[in-house]
Design a protein around this ligand. Sequence first.
Ligand code: PLP
Length: 947
Amino acid sequence: MRTDAFALRHIGTGENDLNHMLQTIGVDSLDQLIFETIPDDIRLKNELNLDEPMTEYEYLNHIQELGKKNKVFKSYIGLGYNPAIVPAVIQRNIFENPGWYTAYTPYQAEIAQGRLEAILNFQTTVIELTGMEIANASLLDESTAAAEAMALLFDVRSRDQKKNNVTKFFVSEEILPQTLSVLQTRSTPLKIELVVGNHETFDFSKEFFGAILQYPGKYGQANDYTSFIAKAAENEIKVAVAADILSLAKLKSPGEMGAAVVVGTTQRFGIPMGYGGPHAAFFATKDEYKRSMPGRIIGVSIDVNGNRALRMALGTREQHIKREKATSNICTAQVLLAVMAGMYAVYHGPKGLKYIANKVHASAHTTAEELNKLGVYQTNTSFFDTILVKADAAKVKAIAERNEVNFFYVDAETISISFNETTSINDINQIIGIFAEATGKEFTPVKILLPSGRITENLERTSTFLQHDVFNNHHSESQLMRYIKKLERKDLSLNHSMISLGSCTMKLNAAAEMLPLSMANWNNMHPFAPIEQAEGYLTMLKKLEQQLNVVTGFTGTTLQPNSGAQGEYAGLMAIRAYHLSRGDDHRTVCLIPSSAHGTNPASAAMAGMDIIVTKTTPEGNIDVEDLRARAIEFKDRLSCLMVTYPSTHGVFESSIIEITDIIHENGGLVYMDGANMNAQVGLTNPATIGADVCHLNLHKTFAIPHGGGGPGVGPICVNDKLVPFLPTNPVIKVGGDQAITAISAAPYGSALVCLISYGYICMLGAEGLTKSTKHAILNANYMKARLEAHYPVLYSGEMGRAAHEMILDCRAFEDNGIKVTDIAKRLMDYGFHAPTVSFPVAGTLMIEPTESEDLAELDRFCDAMISIRKEIAASTKDDAQNILKNAPHTLAMVTANEWVYPYSRENAAYPLEYIAENKFWPTVRRVDEAYGDRNLVCSCAPIEAYM
Ligand SMILES: *Cc1c(COP(=O)(O)O)cnc(C)c1O
């Protein structure tokens, strides 16, 4: 047997554990367990058709070689993506550190104070630079953030506007092309009419509810929008501004101009371009719109002792929880990238940011002046970092490419050049040299940057920003390194213990999968670089698409969506386009079982569908008769069914083929939510169960780390019927021959992190992938066998098996005064992150161990749960000083001179033996959710402001 196979590193339980585990479950073999779990009629007969697995060493060599096929030219393309310097201290201590990148979304605030603070820094950075009142914890990319701004402005229309059906939205022709494309996609199903034009000639009329402007414009022109926004206000038109975050260190903020929403990307705050992503977009608005805000907001609150504690604010208002009433479906966002961007602001501080912005501007200005001497005229009247020059584009392009330089060629005689933080004097001379050669003129190299600039006086920023201590006290590397470590220590991540989040598949994110993200040939590519320069990327991305086709049994894949929910939206839009292409305009009904994840109805609402919720049986399955009745009732209008498989209850429903047949017989298509794909890979697939399209969460099943709430990748895989409708991009052509417009900004979404899933599949191969699935099912059923004597397990397959996850029913413990959250908090004292709380059933815990956990870790978790069960049994309703209710116990509490509780300090902090050698201390006590919502603070305000 090979001992260097990656499968041995990825899969936690080995051959030696197998007998014991199978015995505990009560089966003879792993195959028997799988037979009892997955209905026979949907089992795959053949192994997946994938290449032989590589070892970690082979893979790293392979990816290094493939990387050499990416020609990384100097990029002055701009259009929302700029070369950036990732501060080494941030690269090493956050980007490459599992303590940060393996964390889960901070729902369990008491063990997430570190990243919550880091995101608060991000929000503060955004609020102050944009001049707005409130900002969220990141969105997927600038273009989708712009679409969210449009949706928010549509949602907050006045009563009169709603009554008069005011549906027009003005889009400045200065908007980035990819943003325009995403706005087209997102406006259509909402019946918003886009009007694209010049903001200077726009005639303000009552027919418009909103407008969006780009600041500075796509080719660099910086306009003062103050009077536009004022005139718009007179006509009840609210204005969103898509702004360049770095420019705001130098330019008057959109907030000061009166904007209602400001969006953009923070990529150039120390995030690699990565051939399109991942990057954190930002969304800032006024306090009055906070209830309509998309995404998550981090806010300041207090714990039971009144100490400052952070948590996700307005939690229940998370958009997708509004289900079919939602106006946004954001779940996974871009938290890791937001953490990095916020830390970039901490590291540079206001002075550093201003210095960088000045330098970038001076580079642009100096180059413009020199080009002018060559007779190459610059046409922007005011600009920050981008100059627009008149020259023979074909001639310049040939010379530039020979010098390994990319500009953006607007048309035959117009070239746009965007400068960035990395631009040096040498670079400037290289640019001037290219134009000198093209014009056949001599030039004298510049030695210094010109001091004065080309920003009109009214646009110069005069207001201060980022005056708080945190942005002014961490400018040496030791300071920042320790600050990052201090925050990291407050958070429980996969490098401490298992995070058994049902539906979220927190598996190993292997170092060998992650390493290539730091390689310069991979992370410095601009997404709009000419495709012949991106051969490495295109080879890898095509290969990954094929691998995912094989895994799902489908024929086409797009990697564009950068979250699962966005994949849902993309899939539904492809279904919509399919029906429209056949003249079936009326097929708009989307059936969704009541047990579906909240993003399903939210996505369907955004896709303009009419949602019909179908029933679930007491056993947790889809009520087939209700589904049939609904499908027949709406057969003339049926668009599709959204179904999660195995179900959100963690069961392989045996009626799935019957279910998908019913939908097809009535003219609909089947969308499969692939969040539970970890139970399918290699054993069955969406095509086999009769689906037409599915999304995959590469950040669940395919090893991309969760990042504390993103990045994600949510590709959709489709059959022949839907391949023609896969989305395109306006700059780099991708997608089907009847492609829908863009789903996200970049042609391949978050291409950089696709490397992780590619590596995962390359190293596991067919056998390793299938074995992973079997072990995921094995681990879940082992835990079920150990726990079911102590906790009722809700829902099982017909032969009593769980799939890859199971639900523990905790509702009866309310008789002892114990709620499910008390168990979640008490688990922290035992060194564990809670499983999924109250999804898909309120009052329950959903446990998904994944294949990566080893037997000892599974046993520790089971021991903790069993020990907690004894504590529950000893609890009574009127027990005010209950060990569960007081959980989690902090170090300060346990070491205080005073101890007033009826149980011992040892029981509080060290209830089981294993804890002593690896204790994790929550840094705050139980967080008061309601307090913070009543006093919403979502930036680093001074302590007096909220106490
Ligand atoms: C995670 C999940 C989603 C949403 O995926 P995101 O990447 O967070 O947008 C949708 N459905 C189910 C069942 C999920 O578990």
